[in-house]
Design a protein around this ligand. Structure first.
Ligand SMILES: C[S@@+](CC[C@H](N)C(=O)[O-])C[C@H]1O[C@@H](n2cnc3c(N)ncnc32)[C@H](O)[C@@H]1O
Length: 238
């Protein structure tokens, strides 16, 4: 459990602004032997939205690490951060340590999320908020969503960053079509949904009638008619 036991909304808002004004240096900002360190952060509005939904004790999970990880710790979340490298975890912990931000509610799962998330889901972990912001290469956003969002309780919040990137946009299109995800906030860069059901995300494609291309949806009645005619012709021949 984190040391933070209660925090008024105004205090949470102040916490975000403090962290935005003093971000952690977690990521190399250029490919060079001695890169300048910074953070691949998203828009301030996303962190403000997280703070709105994250009272102390909120159960949260994210893929990737950075400013968001420091924020979850400072808000007193019971937070799991699935990030690729130990060095990022160390930088987050050092930043928190030097600012007096408690990290007892923070747990790192180090390694690629496709390897670390399945055990968490299989172990029955349940969370209130998920941030998908790890690898943006196809199909990792989908993999992150599949395992992490399966742990999201009904009514919990899913946030996806970098929605304009190709792989992420495929996931976003699906979520926008699926009535089990209700969009609640976002910008051109990030988007948030509230989950309308709980439990696994593993299902048959036949349970995803909403997920058809416009062309498929338009052609469906014609295909049904052609199928019936073929069936009838075949029946008459026998
Ligand atoms: C855009 S940054 C995350 C930024 C962070 N959410 C913030 O608000 O500052 C992407 C992160 O994903 C991590 N990452 C990349 N590939 C990953 C993978 N396969 N599994 C887990 N994390 C990964 C990177 O190391 C990096 O920390």
């Amino acid at each position: 459990m984190s040391g933070v036991v209660s925090m008024e909304p105004a205090e949470r808002r102040a916490t975000v602004e403090r962290i935005l004004a003093d971000p952690p240096a977690v990521h190399p900002m250029e490919a060079s032997p001695e890169p300048r360190m910074g953070v691949w952060a998203t828009e301030p509005s996303c962190y403000r939205f997280i703070a709105e939904r994250c009272a102390p004790g909120t159960r949260t999970i994210e893929t990737g690490s950075g400013l968001s990880t420091v924020l979850f710790a400072a808000l007193g979340a019971r937070h799991i951060c699935c990030t690729a490298g130990q060095e990022e975890a160390d930088r987050v912990l050092a930043h928190c340590g030097s600012r007096g931000i408690a990290t007892d509610g923070l747990r790192f799962e180090v390694g690629s999320s496709h390897a670390t998330l399945p055990a968490l889901e299989a172990g029955g972990t349940e969370v209130d908020l998920v941030l998908v912001d790890g690898s943006h290469a196809f199909p990792l956003p989908q993999v992150d969503w599949f395992y992490a969002a399966a742990m999201l309780r009904c009514g919990g919040t899913l946030i996806v960053d970098d929605i304009g990137l190709p792989a992420v946009s495929v996931l976003v299109r699906f979520l926008e079509l699926d009535p089990r995800w209700r969009r609640v906030s976002g910008t051109d860069k990030w988007r948030a949904w509230e989950r309308q059901v709980g439990g696994t995300l593993s299902e048959d494609w036949t349970e995803q009638g909403f997920y058809r291309s416009r062309r498929d949806a338009l052609l469906q009645p014609a295909r049904r008619v052609v199928g019936k005619i073929r069936h009838e012709l075949g029946r008459r021949r026998t």
